[in-house]
Design a protein around this ligand. Sequence first.
Ligand code: F6R
Length: 615
Amino acid sequence: MCGIVGYIGNRNAYPIIIKGLQRLEYRGYDSAGVALYDDGNINVSRTPGKVDDLRAIAASEMTLDGTLGIGHTRWATHGEPNKRNAHPHLSNSGDLVIIHNGIIENYESIKKELIQRGYVFHSDTDTEVLVNLIEEVKKKENVKLGKAVQIALNQVIGAYAIAVFDRTKPDEIVVAKLGSPLAIGIGEDEFFIASDASPFIEYTNNAVYLEDEEMAIIRRGKEIKLRKIKDDRVAYPMVQELQLNLEAIEKNGFEHFMLKEIYEQPHAIRDTFRGRLRADQGLVKMAGVDQHLERFRNANRIIIVACGTSWHAGLVAEYIFEDLARIPVEVEYASEFRYRNPVITDKDVVIAISQSGETADTLAAIKLAKSHGAFVFGVCNVVGSSIARETDAGAYTHAGPEIGVASTKAFTTQITVLTLLALKLAKEAGTISESHFRNMLTEIEAIPGKVERVLESNPEVEHIARAYKDSTNCLYLGRGYNFPVALEGALKLKEISYIHAEGYPAAEMKHGPIALIDEHMPVFVIATRKGHYEKVVSNIQEIKSRKGKIIAVVTEGDEQVRELADHVVEIPETSECLSPLLTTIPLQLLSYHIAVMRGCNVDQPRNLAKSVTVE
Ligand code: F6R
C-alpha cells in the first residue's frame, strides 16, 4: 500500500507531487507528507489525514520552492497514522530523506544495532530504520548514495519501492524496487517517480517500470542508470509508451470515481471482449491461452486464487468452467492457499485474478504454485503489474484504471474474461455444442447494451436505498451463478457504508441466518427467472412469512416475485451464466447510494486501500 511520488527537473516540484499524491490516494490515505530540496535545505511537511490536509498545512509550515522533491500518501503498517509516523523520513544527520511503500520485516534487529551505534529514532516506522541504515552504510563504507542504498537493501528482508535523496547532492534521486511497484516517467531533462504512471501522465508518455530487485540512479538532465540490487549488474531501461489518458483517471463530471466506474461498465466489458470474440465466425481468440493450449488441455484441475471481489469473480468462474468445460475447479483465498501446504502438481493450472496485479497474498500464492511446477495464468487489469509479470501467461481485463476503492468494473470485466476462457476450453474439449457456443458469443456481445438498460434503473435504486440507508444489518441471497453475486453485494455494502451485511446461498438461509429475520431486516434476493427460480421464490416466501423486507433483482416482466417483494429491480433476460454481469449492477448502485446518503467517503472508505501489498 502507500503511494509514492518524486520529481527532479526544472519545474517546481511541489504542485506535481501534490497532484500526483492525490491520484495515488487509492493506495492509502491515512497520512501524507512531502519533502522539497531548496537552497541547501530539505523542507518537510507531514500530517495525518489526506493529501488535502497536507496541502492545507504545507504552505504555512515551509517554503514550497524547489525542483527536487518526494511525497508520500500512507496506509499504515508500522505505527499509528500520526504525524511522526508519516513519510518522508529524515536520517539522523538530516542529510538523507526517504519515502517507502512496503515493509521491512527485519527492521527491529537493524534498529537495535543502529541504536547501539547512537542513532535516535523519532517514529515507530520501519522506513526511518531504513534511511538510517543507508546513512550508516554511506558513512562507514565511505560510498556514494547509490552504493549505500544498494548495500543497505542487501541487508533488509521485505518489500519496498523507495525514493531517497541527499541534501548534499541535490541533483540525484535513487530509487529501488522489490515487491512494490515503481514507475519512472521520462520527460525532457526531467524525471518523475511514482507508484504508477497516473501522476505524470500529463507530462510524458514514456515510462520505465523497474523490475524487482532493480534500482536506478536518476540524475537531473542525464540518463537514468539501472542496476541489479543483488549483484550490481547493469540493467537496461526498457522505455514503454503509456496507454493511459488523463480522462480515464479523472471524474469527468461524476461525483465519485465509484459511480463513474459503475457507469463505465458497458464500455469496459466491450473493451474486454473486443478482438477476442468473433460471434460471426464462432471464434474466441486469446493469445495467452492459444500459446499454452497444451497446458490447459492436460490440466487435471484448475485452481483459482484471488482475494476479495476478485475471489468472488473466481467463484462465478468455478460455476462456468465446471458447467461448460467440465474441468474440476477449486477456488481459494490466496491468503489461505499460500500458508496451508496445499497439494499442487505440474498438472494443475492455477488462475490468479487481481485487478491491481499487486495483491501480496495473490502474488505469494502464484510463487508457491510455480514452485510446484503448476502453470499459472493471470487475469489482471493493471498492465505490467507484478502479478502480470510473475504469471506464465495471462489475459488482461481492459477495464481502464479503477480508482474507487470498491471494485466494480474490475468484477464484471474479470467475469467477462473468465467466461471467454471457459468457452474456449469448452470448445477445445468438445463439451459444448456448436450452437450453444455461438449463442453464448452472441449473448456476450449483447451484454454491454443490457448493462446500459440496467443502469437506467438508477433512480429507482436510489429510491430503494433511501428506505434502507439506516439499516444496521442486511442479508444478500442468491443461488447458483448468483450466489457469488450475493457475496459481492454484501461486500460492497460493508466496505463503503459500514453496514454489516452477509451474503449466503439462498438455500442455506434456513440453516441459521433465518433466525435473524424480522421486520427490521432487509433481505436482497437475486431471483432471476433462469436461476433455480422456483426454489428462490420459496426462499422469498420464507422471508416474507417472518416479516423480513424483500428487495429482489428479477428478470424483466416477472410478476410472481413482484407480488411478494417490497421492491423489485428488473434486469433484461440473459443466459444464466452471464446473469452475474447484470444482477451485480443494481447491488453496486444500491451500496453507492446508501454510502452517499450516510455521508461516507465512497471512494476512500476508512481503513481500506486499493492495492493490498501487505499480508
Ligand atoms: C473490494 C475490493 C477488494 C479487492 C481485493 C483484491 O471492493 O476492492 O476486496 O477485490 O483487495 O484486490 P485485487 O483484485 O487488486 O487483487
